[in-house]
Design a binder for this molecule. Structure first.
Ligand SMILES: [Zn+2]
Length: 224
């Protein structure tokens, strides 16, 4: 999944309007932000295997720390608690963040072939392989993304042009990257995929910037 994860990040703004969109996107994509770092560090492994699934040519050989259900629950609790302590936020914000971190596993479980670990300790791997069908994957993700973005748009209002044009530019960029992902050429190597996955940080920074120029539920003071 790609924009399906982002969909939950955008939509979660309704549940936790005081939390910046940037933080919500870090939470829903925490697994995919951690994963390239662990692959580069040699802790987790991915290989290029054209045809692995219809949608992705990647063989996720091992990713027990970034993508197991147990570790994502742990990361979710740590991230949620950390946020609550540092930002002195309400519990609902922390719970939303923790659930978003775990949601990554659920969505990947639906899309991946059975390569999703339950815990780093046991060998059981699961996956429903929505990725066996490109039309089904796109239908699910596009509906999710539309609903998520609609919730974000209804929850927030632009304060200026950065808040409006910047947001639309982000949405267009995300959609174009998604189509490139779906219909673009097979990447040259797994290493190229892992390095390009770091580009997600640009999207996160972009989301923080745009969100700071929008208000949620009136003009009260907000925590980033
Ligand atoms: Zn993932």
């Amino acid at each position: 999944m790609f924009i399906g994860h982002f969909a939950l990040g955008f939509g979660a703004k309704k549940a936790a309007p005081a939390v910046s969109l940037g933080t919500l996107l870090v939470a829903c994509q925490f697994a995919d932000l951690l994963w390239p770092m662990l692959v580069l560090a040699g802790v987790e492994r991915v290989e290029l295997l054209p045809g692995a699934t219809v949608v992705t040519p990647l063989d996720f050989v091992s990713y027990p720390y970034s993508h197991s259900l147990l570790t994502l629950c742990v990361w979710g609790v740590l991230f949620g608690l950390g946020y609550m302590i540092v930002r002195r936020s309400k519990a609902v914000a922390a719970v939303t963040i923790a659930l978003l971190v775990v949601s990554h596993w659920v969505l990947d479980f639906i899309s991946h072939r059975p390569d999703m670990p339950l815990t780093p300790m046991n060998a059981t791997k699961v996956g429903l392989e929505l990725w066996a069908s490109r039309p089904a994957t796109m239908a699910v993700e596009i509906v999710m993304f539309t609903v998520g973005v609609a919730l974000y748009l209804r929850t927030t209002t632009a304060r200026n042009r950065i808040g409006s044009i910047g947001l639309w530019a982000l949405l267009i960029f995300l959609s174009a990257s998604y189509l490139g992902n779906m219909f673009g050429p097979i990447p040259p190597s797994a290493a190229a995929v892992v390095w390009s996955a770091q580009a997600m940080w640009v999207l996160i920074a972009w989301a923080y910037w745009v969100d700071a120029h929008r208000v949620a539920g009136g003009w009260e003071r907000r925590t980033p």
